[in-house]
Design a protein around this ligand. Sequence first.
Ligand code: ZN
Length: 459
Amino acid sequence: MAGFGIRLLGALVVSAVLLSGRTFAVSIEEEKELGREFALEAGAALPLLRDPDIVAYVASTGHRIVGALGPSPFEYQFAVLKAPQINAFAVPGGYVYVHSGLLTRVANDEELAGVLGHEIAHVHAHHLARQREATQLMNYATLLGIFASIANPALGAAALGASAAVQLKYSREFEQEADYLGARYMRDAGFDPRGMLDFFQKLWEEQRTTPTFLPPYLLSHPLTDERLTRLEAVLRTAQWERVSRPPASLSLHRAQLVTRARTQPPNEVVASYRRLLAEHPEDPQAHYLLGFALLETGSYEQARLELEQARQQGWMEGERELGRALLRLRRPQEARAALARAAEQNPADALAQAELGKALELLGETDAALQAYRRAVQEAPDFDEAHYQLGMLAGRTGQEGIGIYHLAVAYQLRGDYPQAVRQYEKALPLLPSGPERERAQENLERLEKCLQRKRLHRR
Ligand code: ZN
């Protein structure tokens, strides 16, 4: 453990004194276990967005940065919380959470990479475990209380058994270290580290112009003029400056659109994409995004018209949304054709696969539908709806054990642990030996432990 810390320190220029005289209060195994327990508790207590466009975008950005870390003891996982604030946090063991409010506010991939790079650096450098109050913070109930009260003040820290007096706040040294390391990982992953500074400057402006409203992110990651100046200096010395800011990528547009459709009033979401189209009437992407927004907010016929307009203007990346609109308009033949094209263009697109499965199911092509659903859960293991569809169809076609197993996974992903436990118990005796049975056994044990802990808390 110490060796790891020292190796890491060798790479640092900003914090040569950090480790001296401070011992790690917790082991790597304890960090991993804390992260796992936290993720399990959070899955039931915090509202998570499971849409593959959102999850895949954040996770692929995060994993690109993780790839630049070199050897790491942790398996990183990324999740998006349905919460309007600008916030992000990382739990020891590699569990990184981004609030939907932050995701809708980043201007490009680099800004999100900046936030993730900073959080990953906190995890990689074991900052929480090295905090002075580590023993108090390194307790999943306390952490859950802190983060739950940020995500949803109604849940309240007290309700989750945490002391409200404990507030996670990284030290100034750890903040600077996370800035520096995060920027380096970003650069090594091929992102422009300037995105980190851009986003922090945005927060800084917000803090100065509306001092009564402090983004929660700044409570745990205190931002000072000095910190910004230092980060700017680091970027300049390393010649990590850039001249122009990249525009938002299509993946970011999609992730932001779905996030907004899940968290904001539908008419406002559609209106904003109408404005975008009015500003760029010749841009097929603007037609596509408006069509996508109409689809996500339930106006299927209007969505179809906009998506076909985009296609007529040469936009080839809207087949999936067109197919989804056609499916909801009860035109399964055409829907299957469009969705098959989308799945062929991008076989790893879990949403395209799951929607193709639905079209095939409607057309009575059961085997092909099962195959599409299986592909969807393989590409996006956290996609609850695909597990649910697969479970229902497998059950109807005589694979009872597998069917119930996938229903159990869907309930677990939706945070309904008591129902998930009941389904796993039902599935186990019916499952042939294989990976599903092993996973069912493992999940059942973890969920039962989690539920038991909750019962104890309540007493
Ligand atoms: Zn920080």
